[in-house]
Design a protein around this ligand. Structure first.
Ligand SMILES: [Zn+2]
Length: 454
């Protein structure tokens, strides 16, 4: 009675784990046991299909009996075994719902090892100091992890909530522990964020351009240092050479496997740095702005190949492939997801607007003209009455996205922001009526300014 409603958010917290050499061995054994159990289950179910499938109860009993009799399976904790069965059943449900393909065999060389530890009470997570933490893993022992992020319920400063389970995964750059967490807090009402509005344009030359004159560009250094990029190129050439030296039918040599491992490690480093930048940037943006407008981009359509068909070969296939790689490297859809949930948590709002002519439209007078773009990077308005520019083309788009976002939303402070838009970055003032009634933009005649700003 009288208790404020609590908001429960489920989120994963992934931290790097540093097992000792013996623990590393034990974890790898468990990971391969889990993978093999999956494969055995897959064999069993696909052998019976489609006439008579074993029930989950039958499968569970078979696993229990096998754990008593088979040595390699007894290395995997009972809880983790049940989790493999659960995941296998879920894989079929996903397949039938149409969201995923059929479950398949997990080959040794191409499977990310993972072991589940679903019982949170058995984990006994603790902090050693401000840098390190420790947890219990069944049949492995106490393992250290880098406490680079706050876990709920561990200290007084930690966010409210609890850990509900964990999962250990082996990536190319080592073991990680993924905690399943429930964060509890008072819900922020939508629109309770009092920050200003902004538009964000995502580009390839500049990762993010905003309509905020104080921070027009949000940049990052390349994900890999020049020396690391050079090493990656060398390793890729080496893998290629090793592949060419292999006769057809010959297995992949240990040396080639090692090269693949080194390549994967560099890719993992790139991925980690990108995720770090994305988290920091989206946290900064959602803390600062109450309304964020973004272009509604369909990344999968944007990164479609330009190859065409055999009868109608496409133009500029290699350039398009390069652009596609650049778009995918930026991870735009992930960025938008982060902006979405982080805005919601803080009481802000993310507004995707149609990406229709935002890069060709003048943000001052609204004229749409392909000649406005002097080059890929520079925007100059060709309307003789306006003459806005030269400005960075991405910043111009960001202004358009901001106005579109405010117009399309029922954001409570939308109109106030529109009036505030009257004063521009470069000192020129734009009458607010031009922003409120887009169709009038096409007529160059002067209108009385209802807001009294020049
Ligand atoms: Zn103009």
């Amino acid at each position: 009675m009288g208790e404020a409603k609590r908001l429960v958010t489920q989120r994963m917290v992934k931290l790097r784990m540093y097992p000792t050499a013996q623990q590393d061995c034990a974890l790898a054994t468990q990971g391969h046991a889990a993978r093999t159990l999956w494969n055995v289950l897959h064999e069993w179910y696909t052998f019976h299909a489609p006439h008579r499938w074993p029930s989950l109860k039958q499968a569970d009993e078979a696993i229990r009996q096998a754990r008593r009799e088979i040595e390699w399976l007894s290395a995997l904790p009972a809880q983790a075994c049940q989790q493999v069965l659960k995941q296998y059943a879920q894989a079929w449900r996903n397949c039938w719902s149409g969201s995923h393909g059929r479950p398949h065999f997990h080959p040794r060389a191409r499977t990310r090892l993972s072991v589940d530890a679903p019982q949170a009470s058995a984990l006994k997570v603790g902090r050693l100091n401000h840098k390190w933490g420790e947890l219990n893993l069944p049949l492995v022992g106490r393992v250290r992890f880098r406490a680079s992020r706050e876990l709920p319920g561990l200290s007084r400063a930690a966010p409210e909530g609890r850990i509900t389970g964990a999962r250990v995964v082996r990536e190319a750059d080592g073991w990680h522990i993924v905690f399943r967490c429930e964060f509890t807090g008072a819900p922020s009402a939508p629109g309770s964020h009092h920050g200003p509005a902004t538009g964000i344009d995502r580009g390839v030359a500049v990762p993010l351009a905003t309509s905020d004159p104080d921070h027009p560009y949000i940049q990052h250094s390349p994900w890999l240092h020049p020396k690391e990029a050079e090493r990656l190129r060398r390793l890729e050439r080496k893998a290629n050479r090793q592949q060419r030296a292999t006769r057809p039918g010959q297995p992949v040599s240990r040396r080639r496997q090692r090269t693949y491992g080194q390549i994967a490690e560099l890719h993992a480093r790139e991925k980690r740095r990108r995720a770090d930048w994305q988290h920091k940037t989206t946290t900064m943006l959602t803390n600062r702005y109450g309304l964020i407008g973004v272009e509604r981009l369909r990344v999968s359509a944007m990164t479609a190949s330009a190859r065409g068909t055999a009868d109608h070969p496409g133009k500029g296939v290699a350039q398009k492939a390069g652009l596609n790689r650049a778009i995918r490297r930026e991870g735009w859809s992930r960025l938008q997801e982060m902006l979405e949930y982080k805005s919601r948590e803080r009481g802000g709002v993310l507004v995707p607007v149609p990406a229709f002519n935002t890069s060709l439209r003048c943000s001052a007078c609204g004229q749409v003209d392909a000649r406005n773009r002097k080059s890929q990077a520079v925007f100059v308005c060709t309307n003789p009455e306006c003459g806005y520019g030269p400005v960075n083309a991405d910043v111009n788009s960001a202004y358009n996205i901001k106005t579109d976002a405010i117009r399309t939303t029922s954001w409570p402070r939308g109109l106030a922001s529109l009036a505030a838009l009257g004063s521009r970055v470069d000192g020129r003032s734009v009458p607010a009526w031009r922003r409120r009634r887009p169709r009038r933009w096409l007529r160059p005649n002067r209108q009385p300014n209802p807001y009294g700003t020049a």
